[in-house]
Design a protein around this ligand. Structure first.
Ligand code: GDP
Ligand code: ZN
Length: 316
């Protein structure tokens, strides 16, 4: 190792090799030693967006060693079922962009509700992007989108196909570090290609893409785009398994419950079957969308069984 110590940003990592950008150069780095021990079970000590210390390798150009990780301003995590560990998806971002589509695949607010919970847990802003607005929409979808806006989330409709709404999206991303999340097929790659035509991300039918095992869809990576945009693209997922939320804390991750919870008869009300629950009353009177409440119940039940199975240990 040389004596030179640089700092850089992790653009992506694959097979324990991390590509770190420092001073306009990209270094392929391995982790040096045990400096990166974490307090909990995280299988990846370094995530995309991490700011790290790098010692360039003396003998190999553009190679180096990660010797330390700087404190993170934010951590977005998920529970990785396959690895049975918390996986940090992105570090140091400020906005979670939930990409969905109006149709094909159908609009899935259930998925977006899980995203908003993860975003709230990581203290990130949420931007809901609804792609394929060139396709006809259902009235139910309109109502759901209006409700997301009502409770304070930013919602943008756009079409990667026609370009409609894309300038507004670029505008909204200005000055932010955003992580893009979406179920496969919603058009996330098409949208990123629209934002930056030179990207040439693979677009295709979902099944074909997975069979091909294309690079662009198998790991998260930070894209540096024109106009100073920084976007972390993640592989298309079926679900974002929530980590870092205790079942009893879940209600605090539903922002429209916040004002209501103090009005519940029980101070430790879980808003399930307790009498005189202000949240349930609001579901009846229109203050809480019934679908959001249903998401709350489902996520609560998932977290509860998870918690019992793992004795709470993976929570941060
Ligand atoms: P990803 O899996 O989210 O990255 O989705 P892709 O970008 O690969 O797109 C999946 C499919 O949706 C492709 O067939 C695209 O041509 C199509 N698609 C993407 N954006 C739009 C859009 O705005 N409108 C319509 N009608 N189709 C789109
Ligand atoms: Zn309650």
């Amino acid at each position: 190792m040389s004596d030179v110590l640089l700092t850089g940003v992790v653009l992506y990592g694959m097979n324990n090799i991390y590509t770190v950008e420092s001073g306009g150069r990209e270094f392929r780095c391995r982790i040096k030693g045990k400096v990166l021990r974490t307090e909990r079970i995280e299988y990846n000590p370094i995530a995309v967006g991490d700011r790290v210390d790098v010692r360039p390798d003396e003998y190999t150009p553009e190679a180096g060693w990660i010797t330390g990780r700087q404190p993170r301003s934010s951590v977005l995590s998920r529970w990785n079922k396959k690895r049975q560990a918390v996986q940090v998806i992105a570090a140091n971002t400020d906005t979670l962009v939930g990409v969905s589509s109006l149709r094909s695949p159908p609009f899935r607010p259930r998925f977006l509700d899980r995203l908003t919970v993860s975003a709230e847990a990581a203290a990130l802003q949420t931007l809901i992007v609804v792609n394929k607005c060139d396709l006809p929409r259902e009235q139910d979808t309109e109502k759901r989108l209006a409700d997301y806006r009502r409770i304070g989330y930013e919602v943008l409709l756009c079409s990667a196909k026609t370009g409609e709404g894309v300038p507004a999206l670029v505008e909204a991303l200005q000055g932010r570090t955003a992580v893009f999340f979406g179920q496969s097929g919603v058009g996330k790659s098409s949208l990123l290609n629209r934002i930056e035509p030179g990207l040439a991300l693979t677009v295709g039918e979902v099944s074909q893409k997975h069979n091909r095992g294309s690079h662009t869809t198998s790991y998260a990576r930070m894209l540096r785009l024109a106009g100073g945009l920084s976007i972390i693209d993640t592989p298309g997922v079926r679900e974002l398994e929530i980590a870092d939320v205790e079942p009893e804390q879940l209600a605090f991750r539903f922002r429209e419950f916040e004002e209501l919870a103090p009005q519940c008869a029980y101070s430790a009300c879980r808003h399930l079957d307790e009498p005189e629950c202000a949240v349930r009353a609001a579901v009846e009177s229109g203050g809480v969308h019934p679908d959001r409440y249903e998401s709350y119940l489902r996520i609560y039940s998932d977290l509860k069984s998870f918690h019992e199975e793992h004795h709470g240990s993976p929570y941060g």
